[in-house]
Ligand binder design. Structure first.
Ligand code: NAD
Ligand code: DAU
Length: 352
């Protein structure tokens, strides 16, 4: 088996669903706290799959994690669990420090203890895969080369600082204890089951609900977009062949300014679900106050993972964004389930 943490969130759940599509796949132990971002509805299709064992709990709960490791003897851990939204980290960093730093530390310690007493043959096979972000590298000037794995760490938000700290812990556990780790740093994901606090799902749902489409600042900030299924396939490639102690950058070669992303979504919606008044959804675009400390540009140089592991993304931004918009139009019940009272409170706080 493998142990996945945060497997009820956006990327973790996509990973679990993709993994279990293979009839020969090993089972998954899924440990998730079910914060506002965790959603069992996303996992409904594997509810009765005996290869999927779900446990609600925290990565920082050493007693629980030790018990799960002892009982299920996983040969790998993939750590997705995190607080992930930059805007929320600006309002309240505490949960980010608790989960992303202290939680990762506790998880590492439990895993190290478990690994330390495995028989040699199992010990050699074991790995701890830490899922991280390109935001740890900070912000790029417009013409600067994309982030490579050796780019200095320059995190600028409480979120990225907490992820950077967790990356450093993981690195140190390899160097100090020989604990078998691999870290991946990925660019912005998008796709099905994305919680609608993030730009792409927020814009799709606001558009069809006749609400404004909020663009922070001048909308010229650049992100490098990757379809979530491609992130999952990259993690699988690293799990199989990634070299221990290494980091791999994962990206989609899809740098886009935010305003262009939003205009593209409007064009797709204009075709798929035209507004009743015949106007474009682009009319709903509204420029709002910028995010404090907003990073200007991220871009990933993904040549190492391509060269060493033969991984490349399957989707272009054009194919991935069309699929994504269509998915949100086709899944109103899932959407209804996440647009709860607490989500509405967040929108009120952030955009009022
Ligand atoms: P998400 O917020 O959608 O999901 C996070 C999941 O972790 C939720 O299910 C939540 O309940 C769970 N969780 C939170 N605290 C926990 C704890 N203490 N113990 C156990 N579970 C806990 O996040 P996501 O977008 O799916 O991101 C997953 C990982 O990928 C994160 O580590 C994030 O930093 C990283 N990442 C995200 C992106 C992106 O674009 N979304 C890009 C690169 C890297
Ligand atoms: O780069 C990887 C990171 O991508 C991940 O590590 C994070 O977990 C993930 O949340 C994401 O961070 P961003 O801050 O880039 O994503 P977000 O969707 O929040 O914002 C994308 C861009 O859009 C960013 O420049 C801010 C802008 N934005 C966002 C929102 C929510 C807006 O202009 N308006 C908005 O309402």
């Amino acid at each position: 088996m493998i142990l996945v943490t945060g497997g009820a969130g956006f990327i973790g759940a996509n990973f679990v669903l993709d993994w279990l599509k293979d009839p020969n796949a090993e089972g998954i132990i899924n440990l998730d706290k079910l914060t506002y971002a965790g959603n069992l509805a996303t996992l409904a299709s594997v509810k009765n799959d005996s290869r999927h064992l779900f446990f609600q709990g925290e990565i920082g709960d050493r007693t629980l994690v030790a018990r799960l490791l002892q009982e299920h003897q996983p040969r790998a851990i993939v750590n997705f669990a995190a607080e992930s939204h930059v805007d929320r980290s600006i309002y309240g960093p505490t949960d980010f420090i608790d989960t992303n730093i202290v939680g990762t530390f506790n998880l590492l310690e439990c895993a190290r203890k478990y690994w330390g007493v495995l028989p040699d043959s199992e010990k050699r096979k074991f790995r701890f895969h830490h899922v991280s972000t390109d935001e740890v590298y900070g912000s790029l000037a417009p013409t600067a080369p994309a982030f490579t794995e050796t780019h200095p760490y320059e995190p600028n938000s409480p979120y990225s600082a907490s992820k950077a700290a967790s990356d450093h812990l993981v690195r140190a556990w390899f160097h100090t204890y020989g604990f078998p780790v691999v870290t991946t740093n990925c660019s912005n994901n998008y796709g099905p089951y994305h919680f609608p606090e993030k730009l792409i799902p927020l814009v799709i749902l606001n558009a069809i609900n006749d609400k404004s489409l909020p663009i922070y600042g001048d909308g010229q900030q650049v992100r490098d977009w990757l379809y979530v299924g491609d992130h999952c396939s990259a993690i699988r490639a690293v799990l199989v062949n990634g070299e221990l102690g290494q980091t791999y950058n994962i990206g989609g070669w899809n740098e886009k300014a935010n305003i262009d992303v939003v205009r593209t979504i409007c064009q797709i919606l204009d075709e798929l679900r035209p507004r009743v008044d015949g106007q474009s959804y682009a009319q709903q675009i509204t420029f709002v106050t910028d995010r404090p400390g907003h990073d200007r540009r991220y871009a990933i140089d993904a040549r190492k993972i391509e060269r060493e592991l033969g991984w490349r993304p399957a989707e272009t931004f054009d194919t991935g964004i069309k699929k994504t918009v269509q998915w949100y139009l086709d899944n109103p019940i899932w959407v209804e389930g996440v647009v709860s009272g607490s989500y509405r409170d967040w929108l009120q706080k952030q955009y009022s």
